[in-house]
Write a protein that binds this ligand. Structure first.
Ligand SMILES: O=c1ccc(O)c[nH]1
Length: 345
C-alpha cells in the first residue's frame, strides 16, 4: 500500500531534525527522470516547514544506454554531475543535498563532501522510507559496532554452506550508514542501518558460497542454487555454479574491466525494520533493495569500486551480495552468529 503525503512529510520532518537543518539554510533537492514525485513533494514541504530554502536541481540522466538495468546502482562512477561544473558548484554551495537521483560512487560526491557539504541519498519507494525512518537508536547501534570494527585486524566469515573467507582490515575508513547526515562532510543513505569497511588491498582470501535465498543486487534475485566465489589476493578469481553463476559472470564480463572482480565493501546489517522477504514483493525496478542490504544479521559483501573509501578503483560495475546464515567474526569475536546479530556486539 502507498503511504500518504502526511506520513511522508512526518518522516522527512524527523529526518531533517536529525540532520540538524536550521532555518535560513539552503537545501538542494537533486532529481532526475527517475525521481519519485511524492518523495520530492513531501521533502519540499518539510524543508519549508523548517524555514529553510528548498532549491531543486534537475539533471538529465546519463549511462542509460550503457547500463543493463535502470537501477541507479547498476552503473556507478560517472553521473549527471560528471563534467557538469555548474551543477557541482550549486551543490557545494548548499548546506544540505537531498539526493533523489543517486550520486553514490562518484568523484563529484567526494568533492561536495570535501567542501563540507552533506548528502543524504533517498531513492527507495516512499513506503520503504516511512517504514525505516531513521532514529538516534539506529545511529547509536551502528556507531557502537563501528568502534569494534575500527579496532579489528581480521574479519572472517563462515557459513554452513561452505563459506570460509578472511579479510585484513585497517587501511580503509568505516562505512557507517544510519540514515541521516548530522555533521558536515557526511554522506548517508535513508533507509539503511548497516556497517561496512573495505578489506586491505589484496587481502581478501578464501571461498564464499552463496546458498539458496542469498541475494544478488542489482539483479534483485534470490539465488536458487549454490554459487561459489573463490577469493585470492583481494579479487574474485572464479565464479562457479549453475546458470545463475553464468548470469553473474556474463554481467561482470560485459564491463570488460578486471577491476569488477575486486572485493569492495564488507560488513553486516543491523536494521531490524528491514526484512529479507520484502524484495520478493517488489518489481525489480521499483526498489534498489535496501531491505536485504540492511536487514539485521546479514553478511553484506560487494565487488568493484573502492573510490568511496579513497581507493583508486572506480569501475562502473558494483555488485552487492547480502547473505543469510553466516557467522562474522572480528579477530575471532563473533558480531553475527548463524545469521543473527550478536547482542551488544
Ligand atoms: O547504501 C548503500 C547502497 C549500496 C552500497 O553499495 C553501499 N551503500
Amino acid at each position: 500500500m502507498p503511504v500518504s503525503d502526511f506520513e511522508l512529510v512526518q518522516a522527512w520532518r524527523q529526518v531533517l531534525t536529525l540532520c540538524r537543518l536550521e532555518a535560513g539554510q539552503t537545501v538542494t533537492l537533486l532529481t532526475s527522470l527517475g525521481s519519485n514525485e511524492q518523495t520530492l513533494r513531501c521533502a519540499v514541504l518539510a524543508v519549508r516547514e523548517k524555514g529553510a530554502i528548498a532549491n531543486r536541481l534537475d539533471l538529465q540522466p546519463t549511462n542509460g544506454a550503457l547500463s543493463f538495468s535502470r537501477d541507479p546502482l547498476a552503473f556507478v562512477g560517472t553521473t549527471p554531475l560528471t563534467n557538469n561544473r555548474a551543477a557541482v558548484e550549486m551543490l557545494k554551495a548548499s548546506d544540505l543535498v537531498l539526493d533523489l537521483m543517486t550520486l553514490l560512487f562518484s568523484a563529484e560526491q567526494h568533492e561536495i563532501l570535501a567542501a563540507g557539504g552533506r548528502i543524504l541519498l533517498a531513492v527507495e519507494p516512499p513506503e520503504v522510507l516511512v517504514r525505516m525512518t531513521p532514529t538516534m537508536e539506529d545511529r547509536e547501534r551502528v556507531l557502537a559496532a563501528s568502534k569494534k570494527l575500527q579496532a579489528a585486524k581480521i574479519m572472517r566469515v563462515t557459513s554452513a554452506a561452505g563459506t570460509d573467507a578472511s579479510f585484513a582490515l585497517g587501511d580503509y575508513p568505516m562505512l557507517e550508514e544510519y540514515g541521516f547526515v548530522d555533521v558536515p562532510g557526511r554522506w548517508d543513505h535513508w533507509p539503511s542501518g548497516f556497517l561496512a569497511t573495505w578489506s586491505n588491498e589484496g587481502s581478501a582470501e578464501g571461498k564464499i558460497v552463496l546458498a539458496p535465498g542469498d541475494i544478488l543486487l542489482p539483479q534483485k534475485s534470490y539465488v536458487t542454487a549454490p554459487i561459489t566465489c573463490h577469493l585470492e589476493k583481494g579479487f574474485v578469481r572464479a565464479i562457479e555454479g549453475g546458470y545463475e553463476a553464468d548470469h553473474l559472470r556474463n554481467y561482470m564480463e560485459s564491463f570488460n574491466d578486471p577491476e569488477v572482480y575486486a572485493v569492495s565493501h564488507i560488513g553486516w546489517g543491523m536494521q531490524d525494520r528491514a526484512h529479507w522477504s520484502v524484495m520478493g514483493f517488489y518489481d525489480r525496478e521499483a526498489s534498489i533493495g535496501m531491505d536485504p542490504r540492511a536487514c539485521s544479521g546479514n553478511f553484506l559483501w560487494s565487488t568493484g569500486p573502492n573510490n568511496e573509501a579513497g581507493g583508486t578503483r572506480d569501475t562502473a560495475c558494483h555488485i552487492d551480495i547480502p547473505m543469510r546464515g553466516c557467522t562474522v567474526t572480528l579477530d575471532d569475536v563473533p558480531v553475527v552468529k548463524d545469521g543473527r546479530l550478536v547482542e551488544n556486539a
